[in-house]
Design a protein around this ligand. Structure first.
Ligand code: URA
Length: 328
């Protein structure tokens, strides 16, 4: 269980109740792409044939060092959120805990088994315990309450890390979000991208969905646009497809091809595995090096229309598709 994430999440939550304007209206993606100032054009993100002015797939604006203004962006889609639990009916404790964004239901069961959950001051030992209106639930000493579930798709910029906190003080993707709107919701990134990898990153407080999206038994496809230091020849391309040896076992692409026939240093690769630095290590295994890595698609969601450092809320339909993909 990701207690680190749980702790960070819980640490964030002084008051879980959302304040201010109605959930669906504020920051709605219906407002369409924002065009406010402070966004620099992403001159460094040209792909194959860059000088010719062709934009690479998934590229956006906002180079490293730009001021990310933390506004939602994106298509005209109905924004999503799943309303907070009303507790009109008693609900299982693990569901209640998960609805606070602390962790998934399965992880909540583990917390119960570890004796870390108190209901109205008493340690809970029964997994099937129910919570009713007015009950007070403490997780590891912290009072939790349900929050709306949020789903954001960010186009991660370079030089940001994907942990919710960092002792070295490096900029995290969480720093890009508007603290007032999202600071109390317990959002966290689903999975990891390296500090200098850009592209599609899902942020949510839906522990159950996140847990499954990250779990190897649910096949979640990711597509990367890769720039390499040296040209990749046909033989190496085949090796990426059939498998290259890494220290943690053979790794192979689901699909890999040149992004552009004229540029043997640009590849598009699809993977469903999510091993640490997998793409970089696969290229290193061939004696090459990744100089740019952009995740252009994650679980069917693309960064199209989202500038680097910005995000949009997923539509209800998109969330429903994710749920179906992971059999929730
Ligand atoms: N593969 C990598 O090497 N790095 C990432 O950030 C994602 C996939």
């Amino acid at each position: 269980m990701n207690l680190e994430r749980s702790d960070a999440t819980m640490g964030n939550r002084k008051d879980n109740k959302r304040s201010g304007a109605g959930h669906s209206g504020k920051g709605s993606s219906n407002s369409g792409p924002t065009s406010s100032g402070g966004q620099r054009s992403d001159s460094g993100s040209r792909g194959p044939g860059g000088a010719a002015g062709k934009r690479r797939p998934g590229s956006g604006t906002g180079a490293a060092g730009a001021r990310y203004r933390g506004k939602p962006t994106g298509a005209n889609r109905r924004p999503t959120s799943t309303p907070v639990l009303t507790l009109d009916e008693p609900v299982r404790l693990n569901r209640y805990i998960a609805s606070s964004g602390t962790c998934s239901r399965r992880e909540a069961d583990d917390l119960i088994n570890q004796g870390l959950i108190k209901l109205n001051g008493e340690v809970v030992s029964e997994l099937g315990t129910k919570v009713s209106k007015g009950d007070r639930v403490m997780v590891n000493g912290k009072h939790i309450v349900p929050v709306d579930r949020e789903y954001l798709l960010m186009n991660k910029p370079t030089d940001t890390i994907t942990t919710t906190s960092d002792e070295k003080g490096r900029r995290s993707v969480m720093d890009l979000l508007d603290a007032q709107e999202y600071g109390t919701l317990g959002l966290f990134p689903v999975g990891r991208l390296d500090r200098h990898t850009t592209g599609a990153l899902l942020l949510t407080n839906d522990g159950d969905l996140a847990h499954r999206l990250m779990h190897p038994s649910y096949v979640v496809s990711k597509q990367y646009l890769i720039e390499t230091r040296d040209p990749v020849d046909e033989k190496q391309l085949t090796a990426l497809q059939t498998g290259v040896e890494l220290e943690d076992g053979i790794a192979k692409a689901d699909r890999v091809s040149y992004a552009d026939d004229a540029s043997p240093t640009w590849l598009v690769m699809s993977l469903h595995e999510g091993r640490n630095r997998q793409v970089r290590r696969m290229l290193e295994a061939l004696g090459n090096e990744v100089v740019k890595l952009d995740r252009v698609r994650y679980a069917g969601l693309t960064t199209e229309g989202i500038r680097k450092g910005r995000w949009r809320r997923l539509s209800r339909d998109e969330v429903a598709v994710l749920y179906r993909k992971v059999k929730l």
